[in-house]
Design a protein around this ligand. Structure first.
Ligand SMILES: Cc1cc2nc3c(=O)[nH]c(=O)nc-3n(C[C@H](O)[C@H](O)[C@H](O)COP(=O)(O)OP(=O)(O)OC[C@H]3O[C@@H](n4cnc5c(N)ncnc54)[C@H](O)[C@@H]3O)c2cc1C
Length: 470
């Protein structure tokens, strides 16, 4: 009788799952495990919405497995030790997992692979979290694409040539799951938050496949308007699926099916941006620590700590920036347009190194994904592959007037500005004393004065970039 262990990581679901599907086909008895990785968790502040979100996803998996008299083994520690230990204890023949392209994960998986080999087992790794990975989409010279539009064109051509426009999925037949009913520390019966030293911290979104599917169902009702609505934070025109995608609580093939087969080109394009950044990270791992374009590492950032703190706290005096950052601090979520605006503001108006902003996002984003976050920041700071040119600088006031025209989003997160007229609320420092009094908001007292002068800083940013890029 052959036995396999499937190690779930950023693929927390039991359907359309490449590694699980293969293990259940190849083996008579299949176990599942998940590791709370000490090496990651020990570095985090002890309130983290992502831990609770993952926990909710695992609880659902455990409930679903119990219908088959099975369960998921929950481990805590260094995965390179814990996974082989469990593998040995269960007397498995093979370890199955889906590939993760982050440099830390690559190293970790190599070490686990070696340990499994030492135990006489085999390790089988599958492509799952993206549709096309690493070097699968190449140009005519056999090189990796560094620009998104031709990458997307080649991606779609390859897809249509291979699959005729129909997205394939992996069938998962849970029949061969091993019977597991006596776990001492199952996800349901043990207080894992306490063991891990974390406080329970629920996000606005609840983790798990059922919730992901609910969001997808809701999004399908408005998907036809995506192209028009997606840039307006007050409109809820996007899918809100990113945390579910990040933790694999919904399969990327299911989403591509909705996008491609439904003819929703703009949304499909966003899913392909995600693949593009995963590919960039796997092919150019230096981006994790440095600019994709090395000359951008010569820039001497002039921003001050005080301004960085004001940005983090949502106290810069620029309403759209402050509303975005306050919303982010409280919820761990931020709309894509706002991520672009606040990132550009940090590096091109406050002149603070984009890596500091990237790190702050990484600590707090519910959907934090190294490839997408790094790609987004390098796009905004102009240091990335297919980035915005350095001289393109978002004006926070015009972005605000354009994308939050009725200031609905601003009023939700900066309620002290509610009394200003539609004309003044985007730049309240222009309101005279009478207007401020009528709005019951004194600038400099009830709401901060702008921390910098945008026009001056724009000029300084161009100078700073030019100097660094000489
Ligand atoms: C500075 C910055 C940092 C970012 N950090 C992250 C991050 O850590 N994790 C993350 O998932 N996305 C990140 N993004 C991309 C984007 O902002 C989010 O994916 C999006 O806001 C999620 O909302 P949604 O699920 O409603 O997206 P939708 O508009 O419904 O898009 C569907 C899915 O496509 C993918 N996607 C959409 N836009 C992008 C993009 N520009 N790059 C890569 N994938 C994309 C996401 O998986 C998203 O869930 C970042 C963007 C910027 C500018």
């Amino acid at each position: 009788m052959s036995k396999a262990l499937v190690w779930l990581r950023r693929d927390l679901r039991l359907y359309d799952h490449h590694a699980l599907s293969a293990a259940l086909k190849d083996h008579d008895e299949v176990y599942l495990c998940f590791v709370f990785d000490k090496l990651i968790l020990d570095k985090l502040p002890k309130e983290d919405k992502r831990l609770t979100f993952i926990h909710q996803g695992l609880e659902e998996i455990s409930q679903d497995l119990s219908k088959h008299q099975s369960d998921i083994h929950i481990l805590h520690g260094d995965p390179t030790e814990e996974v082989p230990k469990l593998f040995k204890k269960l007397k498995c023949d093979a370890l199955y997992l889906n590939r993760d392209y982050e440099p830390y994960a690559q190293k970790r998986d190599e070490s686990v692979h070696k340990e499994i080999k030492k135990l006489g087992g085999s390790c089988k790794i599958f492509k799952d979290i993206v549709f096309y990975e690493k070097g699968e989409i190449l140009n005519k010279q056999g090189e990796v694409y560094k620009v998104f539009t031709p990458y997307k064109k080649a991606w779609l051509e390859k897809f249509n040539d291979t699959y005729g426009g129909v997205v394939p999925q992996f069938k998962v037949n849970l029949k061969n799951l091993a019977k597991v009913t006596d776990l001492k520390k199952s996800i349901k019966d043990h207080d894992w938050h306490k063991t891990l030293g974390f406080k329970e911290d629920p996000a606005l979104l609840t983790g798990g496949v059922k919730e992901a599917k609910k969001h997808l169902k809701e999004f399908k009702k408005v998907i036809d308007d995506y192209e028009k609505a997606r840039d307006f934070p007050a409109m809820k025109g996007t899918s809100h699926l990113s945390p579910y995608i990040r933790f694999g609580m919904i399969s990327i093939r299911e989403l591509l099916k909705v996008g491609i087969e439904g003819g929703h080109k703009v949304w499909t394009s966003e899913l392909i941006w995600r693949e593009f950044y995963q590919m960039i990270l796997s092919q150019f791992p230096h981006v994790e620590k440095k600019s994709y374009r090395p000359e951008y590492d010569n820039i001497k950032w002039r921003g001050k700590k005080k301004e960085f703190e004001a940005w983090k706290e949502g106290m810069t005096g620029f309403p759209l920036i402050d509303a975005s950052m306050r919303c982010f601090k409280e919820t761990g979520m931020m709309h894509n347009r706002l991520r672009m605006v606040v990132a550009s503001f940090l590096c091109k108006t406050l002149l603070v190194d984009w890596k500091k902003g990237e790190e702050y996002f990484a600590q707090k984003l519910l959907d934090f994904d190294l490839a997408a976050n790094n790609g987004g920041w390098q796009w905004c700071s102009s240091s990335g592959t297919d980035a915005q040119p350095y001289f393109r600088i978002f004006n926070p006031t015009t972005q605000s007037e354009k994308f939050d025209p009725d200031a609905e989003f601003i009023k939700e997160w900066c309620p002290e500005l509610k009394g200003f007229s539609k004309k003044k609320i985007h730049a309240p420092w222009n309101a005279d004393m009478i207007e401020q009094s009528e709005a019951s908001c004194t600038i400099g007292e009830d709401y901060p004065c702008p921390v910098v002068d945008y026009k001056e800083k724009r000029h300084e940013a161009l100078e700073m970039y030019k100097e660094g890029l000489k």
